[in-house]
Design a protein around this ligand. Structure first.
Ligand code: ADP
Ligand code: MG
Length: 237
């Protein structure tokens, strides 16, 4: 199968050269057109790995997106960061936030096409009626869905999501994961997501990476979601 992301000897340290590495010698080839799920305990480096892949952090080694540098392909990638707090009083609407993702447009006029694409993405994540709402008026769950719409509105070839289910109720969780599955099947989009929910991983993953500062295991569900790997990852006995 084709590879969407390949990582070769990736090491990340937060304390510069000589600091103790958070991620050790990561080597991965993630398959294209499927859902890859990254699991691991708190502090195992999942978010760090995502940020290194996106070149939001310095690292040693190499990360490639279809054999090219990731940063030359940002317009082909969507990203939903781990739930974060930001100043929600910034005076913009949902529509205005999403239009920022449609960077390939010539950005002057707001075309019908762009409004249609934004509406479609919002409908897909179940918040179509919020298009003209100010961000400041959204609940936590609504905001998370809007941020998911922002990650997919430009129909990226790869979407990377860090704990997309956080702040969302169970019904919403299912909507999100079903949508991601559909996107891989209908649009051949590749999805890489972090979760700490092993049930969601078992239900939706096509490929699984077990991470604890290094790759403990990577492969299909049977190869990773088994007692031996879980014991190594979470220390169950
Ligand atoms: P996970 O997402 O799996 O919970 P993280 O990637 O957030 O783990 O963190 C991995 C380790 O790196 C943790 O020990 C965390 O404390 C440390 N870490 C994360 N971000 C920073 C930072 N900005 N500066 C220093 N250490 C950090
Ligand atoms: Mg994290």
């Amino acid at each position: 199968m084709k590879t969407v992301l390949s990582l070769t000897n990736v090491n990340v340290s937060y304390n510069g050269v000589g600091g103790s590495p958070v991620l050790h010698d990561i080597n991965l080839k993630l398959p294209t057109g499927v859902i890859t799920v990254i699991i691991g305990p708190n502090g195992s480096g999942k978010s760090t790995l995502i940020k290194a892949i996106l070149k939001l952090l310095p690292y040693s080694g190499r990360v490639q997106f279809f054999n090219q540098p990731v940063e030359a392909n940002y317009h082909h990638i969507g990203y939903l960061p781990q739930r974060f707090s930001f100043d929600r009083t910034i005076p913009i609407t949902v529509y205005e936030l999403l239009i920022l993702s449609l960077t390939e447009c010539d950005c002057a006029a707001v075309t019908t096409d762009r409004r249609e694409r934004i509406t479609k993405a919002l409908v897909e994540v179940g918040v179509g009626s919020l298009i003209n709402q100010p961000l400041s008026e959204l609940s936590g769950g609504q905001l998370q869905r809007v941020l998911l719409a922002k990650a997919i509105v430009h129909e990226p070839r790869l979407v990377i999501l860090d704990e997309p289910e956080s702040g969302i109720d169970q019904k919403g969780e299912k909507t999100i994961y079903t949508l991601l599955k559909e996107l891989t099947q209908a649009k051949k989009m590749s999805v890489v997501l972090v979760t700490h929910d092993l049930d969601l991983a078992a239900q939706y993953a096509d490929y699984v990476v077990a991470l604890d500062r290094k790759v403990i295991a990577a492969g299909n569900k049977a190869a990773v979601l088994n007692k031996k790997v879980m014991a190594q990852l979470y220390g169950y006995h």
